[in-house]
Design a binder for this molecule. Sequence first.
Ligand SMILES: NC(=O)c1ccc[n+]([C@@H]2O[C@H](COP(=O)([O-])OP(=O)(O)OC[C@H]3O[C@@H](n4cnc5c(N)ncnc54)[C@H](OP(=O)(O)O)[C@@H]3O)[C@@H](O)[C@H]2O)c1
Length: 316
Amino acid sequence: MFTCRIYSPITQKMKYGKFMLAGLAVGLPVKKAYNYIYGDEDLIYKNYGNGCYAMVIGANDSIGEGFCKALAEKGINIVLVGKSQHNLARIADEISEKYGVKAITWFFDLSKATDTDFKALKAKTDEVEVSMLINATRLGVLKPTHKLSHNEVEGMINTTTKSLMHLLRLYLPELDKRQGRSAVIHLSSLLSISPVPILSLYGATQAFVRYITMGLSEEYSSSIDFLSYEPGSLIPENAPQELSSWKTAPLEASIAQALKDLGRKRTSYGHFKHELLAGFLHIAPTKVSLRFFYYLLNQQAEQLKQARQAKQSKSV
Ligand SMILES: NC(=O)c1ccc[n+]([C@@H]2O[C@H](COP(=O)([O-])OP(=O)(O)OC[C@H]3O[C@@H](n4cnc5c(N)ncnc54)[C@H](OP(=O)(O)O)[C@@H]3O)[C@@H](O)[C@H]2O)c1
């Protein structure tokens, strides 16, 4: 006995149709589960793009520059704000040429800004629609507390905490009333999780940023996605191999993960290495984390001292 199969175009199409339906039935939930765990990059443009601007404060260097590039790559226009002009124009030219986005640069010193200065900055941005506010400024001085100067203390507090509040009070009303969702990303650090010796003031300012961001995330949950981004030590992907260690993570990959976490989480540590370190810091007794940071930061201060001495002896 033998069976005869008739391959008509209709039965073949039905067969392909079944395969496609089965693929969709399996593929869609898998994609949804993947996006839930790892985030969906496409949402950045859908949620905050469409001609709007991300305002990146502290855009001159590493993390701020990284955000400008990552967001421009997704088609989002950028307002680059920095204390000095040194890199702003170069980064703005690079992103507008490479990704075809609009890029505006503004010079602004947060540590010395008065109410009038902040209002002037806000008035400038009124010309464009800001949908994302990213604060990546920093001023951390690695010195024993009694050796800090008056200006260093003022600078650290003014740049990281006071100016963050002034920017929020001016920009929140506009971000809140936009038609689509808005986003605020504040750069904090792993040092915000538990108290730190040596960099105690810096650690306290990072904890301030974390607390403010978490509080606001609930207050504005219907309109603004807040993210406290708390990485550990970051180095660019093309940095020399000797800079890489168990505690460093690639800057670009960490920023990419933070952007995927935006809108899904209130806190992001970026790279999984820093996620693990954060896990340890969250469960470790304070005595253990204090010892851990004391050892790490002393080691870092010693390395800085040696590098400075080597530089000085070379120049003699
Ligand atoms: N890099 C890391 O490994 C790391 C790790 C964990 C957390 N973080 C956090 O990430 C943030 C940024 O770190 P980063 O490494 O990118 O710092 P950075 O390389 O030192 O860059 C800091 C940026 O802040 C700007 N800035 C400093 N003082 C300012 C002021 N008074 N007014 C306006 N802008 C000012 C600088 O502008 P100018 O260049 O013009 O001075 C620069 O663009 C910080 O909040 C830090 O705590 C960094």
